[in-house]
Design a protein around this ligand. Sequence first.
Ligand code: ATP
Ligand code: MG
Length: 137
Amino acid sequence: IQRTFSIIKPDATKRNLTGAITAKLEEAGLRVIASKRIRMTLEQAQTFYGVHKDRPFFGELCEFMTSEPVVVQVLEGENAIAKNREVMGATNPADAAPGTIRAEYALSVGENSVHGSDAPETAAEEIAYFFSGLELV
Ligand code: ATP
Ligand code: MG
C-alpha cells in the first residue's frame, strides 16, 4: 500500500469541482485518508514548487496557486502514485487521455485542476509539508 499527495487547484475549487474530482480519485481505487481546504501563502507555494523556480512559468504558477483556496489531500492505495498520475492525465489538458481529470476539467496547462506527487520521495516530502502525523489515520 502506498500514499501520495494531491492538490485540487484553485481553478477547480472555484468551479465547485472538489466533489467531482474526489469521486474520480475514489473510482480509481484511491482512498482519501486526509483532506483539508487551505489558502496557500505565496511563501508556501514558492517552497512547494521550488524545483520549478528557474522555469519561466514559476511566478505565474505561484500566483495562481495562491489565488483561491485549494484542497490538499493524502491518497492511499495500491500503486497510489502511478494510479493518481494516470487518473489525473497529462499536464497539458490537450494531451490528456479521455476520461482523465485534466481532460474533463482542466482549463489550460497552468490551470490544470490537480497536482499529484511524481515519486515516493516527493510524495513523502509533500505529505509532511502539509499534514502532521496526527492528521493521517
Ligand atoms: P503537478 O506537479 O502539478 O502534478 P505535473 O507534474 O504534471 O503537474 P510539472 O511539470 O511538475 O507538471 O509542472 C507543475 C505545474 O506547473 C503544472 O501542473 C502546471 O500547473 C504548471 N505548468 C507546467 N508547465 C507550464 C507551462 N508551460 N505554463 C504554465 N504553467 C505550467
Ligand atoms: Mg510535477
